[in-house]
Design a protein around this ligand. Structure first.
Ligand code: URP
Ligand code: ZN
Length: 461
């Protein structure tokens, strides 16, 4: 099977070039101007951009939360991802108490295996730091799991500071990287209790219970622990200007600290919690939505390189699932849909509105994540030898976002009323066109687990 993408503008490696892309089997074999080849399929990309497929390093498919399970499974979620130009997801295998990391990873892979229709990999979530878990960390890193998520929030998942210190030391000693959910759970627990005791039970109080300083305090504590243990450190879903200031300061001192933000923190504000009735429960996620000043700080952080990644934190719950928290905001399942809108939102609201260049967009949703998480140059590149995971963007295509036209398994979008300009029209996974002009051609189980190498993790982005 050979395929030629002809006449497009390829954006990769900080430049854009008028080149064709020749694909044989599942690999890119040539990227050159005016390739003349006898191929079975030609995709005419004139007037369009050709990018390496987006890599969403933060998804939660079929995740059990608060007595329910996130609404996209590995098939529906990966299919929605593909419609949005995402060709690789990094999901999580999160340890249950008493479980070995090996069991955790194997169980999660079984859940994904027959369903996932794009390639995927897994971060390991450590919640039970026993001696056995510590001993397993280097083994799991060598088996293709070089990144971890440690929780400073969610009491049932969180590690204490001593455990964080020990985990950081062991992971970094074995060549891996720790990522944290940075929010101070002790502060949050107290604020939740106080708000509920005052009868403040509506969704809007979720935000009041998790103020910006609960994030920035945890950010600065994690940086301190990473510095003391000589560790690389990644922040998932950073939401505040104050947290970003801590990260910048650490980076200026030369510490290997990296961070991701998400479209919801770039484009929505806490005003959403004022929406009438229980509707605002759809915006209940952790960290919560913040202010306009946080948004502008995060956009600047992306543009100037202090933030390296945009991930979606896709963790969707249908309205009926959000209802579980009617009467007590702390029981609303946390999370929102986003894997399908990650790249389109950045194209339209980032590049289209002059906040990001197209080159920087490719860096923050594809090449940067690939380098940071050990997938490069197999993924995140438009180069001979890389997987043919590609997305063709029509810069003029306009799409009004709505639950009816999107493919995530939810009955709303967080971006009601957004009309985007610039949208993926073809998505290719390992040389196969899996989405084209609104039609899906992928198959459940067509995606594979990608073991990642610690050696491929890039230290300086
Ligand atoms: O509210 C969120 N973000 N839910 C997903 C789990 C997490 O903390 O990433
Ligand atoms: Zn988190």
């Amino acid at each position: 099977m050979s395929l030629l993408i002809k006449g497009g503008t390829v954006v990769f490696g900080g430049v854009r070039s008028q080149v064709d892309v020749l694909v044989e089997g599942d690999k890119i074999v040539k990227v050159e101007p005016a390739i003349g080849a006898d191929v079975s399929t030609v995709i005419n990309a004139e007037g369009k951009y050709v990018l390496p497929g987006a890599i969403d390093v933060h998804t939660h498919m079929q995740l059990p939360v608060s007595g329910t399970v996130s609404a996209d499974d590995f098939f529906t979620g990966a299919r929605a991802a593909a419609f949005g130009g995402v060709t690789t997801i990094l999901d999580f295998a999160t340890q249950s108490r008493g479980e070995s990391l090996k069991e955790t990873a194997a169980k999660r892979r079984l859940e994904a295996e027959d369903k996932v229709c794009i390639d995927y990999s897994l971060h390991l979530g450590i919640t039970d730091l026993t001696d056995e878990t510590m001993a397993e960390i280097p083994v799991m890193i060598d088996q293709g799991y070089p990144s971890f998520k440690l929780f400073m929030a969610y009491p049932e998942l969180a590690l204490d500071d001593g455990e964080l210190y020990a985990a950081l030391k062991t992971v970094s000693g074995a060549g891996g990287m720790v990522g944290v959910h940075a929010e101070n759970m002790h502060l949050i627990r107290r604020f939740v209790r106080t708000l509920l005791s005052e009868g403040k039970t509506a969704p809007m109080y979720h935000e009041a219970s998790r103020p910006p300083f609960a994030e920035s305090e945890a950010v600065s504590r994690a940086i301190m622990l990473a510095g003391e243990t000589n560790s690389r450190l990644y922040f998932f879903h950073l939401s505040t200007a104050r947290g970003l200031a801590e990260i910048r300061e650490a980076q200026q001192k030369g510490l290997p600290v990296y961070a991701e933000t998400c479209p919801q923190y770039l484009l929505l504000t806490r005003d959403k919690y004022k929406e009438a009735g229980f509707r605002s429960a759809r915006y209940v996620m952790s960290p919560p939505l913040r202010g306009i000043e946080d948004q502008s700080a995060l956009w600047s952080g992306l543009a100037d390189g202090s933030l390296q990644v945009v991930g979606s934190d896709h963790c969707p719950f249908r309205t009926v699932q959000k209802e579980l928290g009617r009467g007590s905001f702390d029981r609303i399942p946390n999370g929102g849909p986003g894997v399908e809108t990650l790249l389109p939102l950045l194209l339209s609201e980032g590049v289209g509105k002059g906040r990001l260049t197209m080159e920087r967009l490719v860096e923050v949703v594809s090449t940067g994540p690939a380098r940071l998480f050990g997938l490069y140059p197999r993924k995140g590149a438009v180069m001979a030898g890389s997987d043919a995971d590609l997305v063709v963007i029509d810069p003029d295509k306009e799409v009004a976002l709505s639950a009816e036209t999107l493919h995530m398994n939810v009955d709303y979008t967080l971006y009601e009323g957004f009309t985007l300009k610039g949208y993926p029209v073809v998505t290719m996974s390992k040389g196969k066109v899996i989405c084209s002009n609104g039609q899906f051609f992928g198959v459940p189980g067509g995606g594979k687990f990608i073991p990642r190498s610690k050696a491929a993790i890039k230290k300086d982005l």
